[in-house]
Design a protein around this ligand. Sequence first.
Ligand code: C2O
Ligand code: CU
Ligand code: CU
Length: 512
Amino acid sequence: MHRRDLLRLLGLSALAGATGCHGQSTRPRPEAFSPQIAPGIGFVPDVELVLTAAPGEVGVLPGEPTRLWHFTGRLLKGPADTLQALPGSYLGPVIRLRRGQQVRVRFVNQLAEDSIVHWHGLDVPESADGHPRLAIGHGHEYVYEFEVTNRAGTYWYHPHPHMRTGAQVYQGLAGLLLVQDAEEDALALPSGGTELLCVLQDRRFDARNQLVFHGGGMMEMMNGFLGDRVLVNGLPQPTTEVDAAWHRVRLVNASNARIYKLAWSRDVQMALIGGDGGLLEKPLHQQVLTLAPGQRADLLLDLTSLAAATEVHLESQAFAEADASAGGMMGMMGARSNVPNGAPLRVMTLRTRARKGPAFRVPERLSSFDAAWSPNADATIRRVPLTFQRMEWSLGGRTFDMDDVAPEETVAAGSTYLWEFVNLANPMGMEAAHPIHIHGRQFRVVDRTGGRTTNTLRAGIVDGGWRDTVLVLPGETVRVQVTFTRRRGLYLYHCHILEHEDMGMMRNFRVT
Ligand code: C2O
Ligand code: CU
Ligand code: CU
């Protein structure tokens, strides 16, 4: 292996027990951002909370509890419904924020290794973005202060430490972050019991109900780690009793590497109303939805005509493994999940009660936010090849280096660029679908070309609306238009297959 780090990474990831006793990272930690370590002077939070990452135990499967790591929250200030625990789940609390709120989060690390939290999809200053160079050790606290400037939408949070994002998310560290605003309020979308929050993750357990991670070593890093069962909010194939009513279903793919091709088992009407960055302009009627790691979908589901005790399953339909995961050499070398990407899976079940819900009509127009957007012919174009070279996945021919920024990764604050992600074929057959995520700003997909016409994931991809993570299938070129934040600093873009990210398929960009 070229990458000496990979060995370290595999060594560390042999970690099986959540209460492992691994020492601190020996990497020197630059004490950047000391002003944010102490709460900012003059910052008056509307919401203040403590978020702690610590080892714990949760009963996931029948029998022995599973040792894992999780976030717990405590509200110090703000509306009482800011934090919502998910019963029985190892996931962190749902954090509900409103656009315009000033938020302070005190992140406390009680893990035996460094960590830092990233607010996926939020537009925050660099000091609040969770860059790995800001990771803190056991017993330390990192104070985040930011204003919620994003529109209403489904966002999420997870750790982002150097080379350990995959391991920490897999061990249980993740949570939902929902933003509300006046535009969304006005639609009176289904809420309370008719709003279903669904975080999708796949996991593998041993005979004693403990999490298995990276038993297969290097090959699983190359392909991304896949579990052999899907959990929704940390529960295996849950069945939820629901009214025969309209439901709002908010889906997050928080899996390390699994792509889902989602569809309902019955002919129920589904209207897609939002993506990563909030509401679409108009609802989109679509029966299949491709959801890659990092991505979110917001949809309305019509269960009004179902008789009591009817079951509707959310399923991930079959697709060819090669349409998502690296094949070729790696496939031949074996050591892959017995439930590969593309294996059909049942995700969850909804069972109707006799009770009907309130009348509801899908609004014809959801948002006026898009009215201001159009493709910008003057945007600076940058080509970013996604390649496998020297036994590594790379972005623009480079891999991650803590502080390194290439000239073409320097962008002017507030200016508009067209980044062209080119997923090149590889002579060794090492090609994969890469969900590319850019920190700090929601972007627009301008076009998608190339790729195999036989790739059935394509039909389920939604490119409309605002996104922060875009799936680039093998052979495809996807162009996104992004207007970078006005806040100077160092931000990240990377593949959201967490093993690819941890192996270096991540780069900095600097806003100047
Ligand atoms: Cu959700 Cu940098 O990632
Ligand atoms: Cu992010
Ligand atoms: Cu990737």
